[in-house]
Design a protein around this ligand. Structure first.
Ligand SMILES: [Zn+2]
Length: 463
């Protein structure tokens, strides 16, 4: 990349602006305290979309618009109930998980089968014993499996094995049930609930020596709904058809204000837009900002986006995704199987005179993934040394704005703005898009074809 002295002068202005503004902190409090929970299909989600569009317009972005889509939605009914029936009678607090079907007033009653941390081999080992039972599984990552074993995979394996119910036990302390969708963008087959770690321990303790029988009652409904992605851009001055995407989801869960996941990540998208808008005359290529709807219930907004913009996918140089800000520092980039980006990131770090930790893993559970399926180079803003920092509070009532640091918001946005200034102008870009065959080979190598099938999630054939 050219070592242009103009960039250094713009860097000073961007950094000065970022570190003397409270804009991301203010935006965080609007999202969390004024708007509140932003679950797909609720007023909160719609209010957040309005807020994002207003902010992008106020920063002077071009073509600010909602891009609406319909989807299979979910509505939380009466609070779910969990009763131990044998060997003792006792009611425990629980929550139903998104896309849970209604059980009817009599609920589903069956013996519990404990699958521990839900390793694939545990499902294989217990095989036929699972049929007709309620699977009890922790949110913990099985240590012997060297990849993320998502809740959706554990649920999918339970359904395949013939379970009639699913209990997802948080593995963090704090009397906090963790939420999260059972299926992605479609009604789930068997009822699934979340309980706190301590609740799960008590349930097992009270059934010591016996096989616990429990009843789950849920009354949620699966129904058609509509949402939108909110888009705005800084049109490139020389090659406007070539695009750099900066995205993050604006929806959340309903138990909490979802400050880290992803109000804070969204404020970084907005702040990057604000910082770069002041220097838009220096952007040769277009920088497009996208706030995605319905991420938490199945990456629905980002899948809809790539489907609606299929023709533009080959023109996207890179997609930067901002999901879960976390307190991991320094901020860097975690690419998704793009080792050839490392040298470029090192050169950026040298020119920016700041460390930019480089990471490279494949991960299917955020809005970069539909872009990855189309061959687009993608990276998350973050730090691989602690990629899931904050996950202990994430998806629980404790994901609150007091845990978000303005330092992290400023550092992420300033870094993105300074990097994009180079990426948008550089005529030499090291990353060629992957062909469909290369994407397929990558998914195969990462076992993702099988896992996405178990999860009944959208995969390459749906794109
Ligand atoms: Zn998220």
């Amino acid at each position: 990349m050219p070592d242009d002295k103009t960039y250094l002068e713009i860097d000073k202005l961007i950094l000065g602006d970022a570190y003397t503004s409270n804009e991301p902190g203010d935006n965080l409090l609007v999202l969390c305290d004024e708007i509140g929970p932003r679950l797909a299909g609720t007023h909160g989600e719609r209010d957040a979309a309005r807020f994002v569009a207003d902010r992008l317009k106020s920063y002077g972005l071009d073509n600010v618009a909602d891009e609406a889509f319909d989807y299979a939605g979910w509505h939380r009914g009466e609070p779910a109930r969990l009763n131990l029936l044998q060997p003792a009678e006792r009611e425990f607090p629980c929550i139903s998980l998104p896309y849970c079907p209604p059980t009817g007033p009599d609920g589903v009653a069956a013996e519990i089968i404990n699958l521990g941390d839900g390793a694939p081999e545990a499902f294989k080992r217990l095989g036929g014993d699972i049929r007709g039972k309620i699977v009890y599984v922790s949110s913990r990552m099985p240590p012997q499996v060297h990849r993320w074993v998502h809740r959706g995979e554990k649920y999918g394996r339970a359904v395949r094995a013939g379970a009639v119910g699913f209990i997802f036990v948080n593995h963090y302390d704090g009397l906090l049930p963790a939420t999260g969708a059972l299926r992605f963008g479609k009604a789930a087959e068997i009822p699934g609930i979340g309980i706190a770690r301590e609740t799960g321990e008590e349930l097992l303790r009270r059934s010591k020596g016996c096989k616990p029988v429990v009843r789950i009652i849920t009354s949620d409904t699966n129904e058609p709904k509509a949402s939108c992605n909110v888009v705005g851009e800084l049109t490139g001055t020389q090659k406007p058809e070539e695009i750099i995407v900066v995205g993050g989801h604006y929806d959340s869960h309903d138990l909490c204000t979802s400050a880290n996941d992803n109000a804070a990540g969204l404020t970084v998208v907005l702040e990057t837009a604000r910082l770069l808008a002041a220097h838009r005359q220096h952007l040769a290529r277009t920088v497009r900002f996208i706030a995605f709807g319905c991420e938490e219930i199945g990456l629905i907004g980002s899948h809809e986006y790539v489907a609606a913009h299929r023709d533009e996918m080959p023109n996207i140089r890179v997609m930067f995704n901002s999901d879960c800000l976390t307190n991991a520092r320094p901020k860097g980039l975690v690419f998704h199987a793009w080792p050839q980006a490392e040298g470029y990131v090192e050169a950026l770090a040298e020119q920016l005179k700041t460390p930019i930790p480089f990471g490279d893993i494949v991960f299917a559970y955020s809005d970069h993934f539909p872009f990855l399926l189309h061959g687009v180079p993608t990276a998350n803003v973050g730090n691989l040394s602690n990629p899931f920092a904050g996950r202990g509070w994430g998806h629980t009532a404790a994901d609150t704005p007091d845990k978000v640091s303005l330092v992290d918001q400023r550092e992420s946005a300033a870094l993105l703005a300074r990097m994009i200034l180079r990426v948008a102008n550089d005529d030499e870009w090291p990353l060629q898009q992957r062909s469909r065959e290369e994407v397929e080979a990558l998914l195969e190598a990462e076992e993702l074809i099988e896992i996405l099938d178990i999860e009944d999630a959208r995969s390459l054939d749906d794109e």
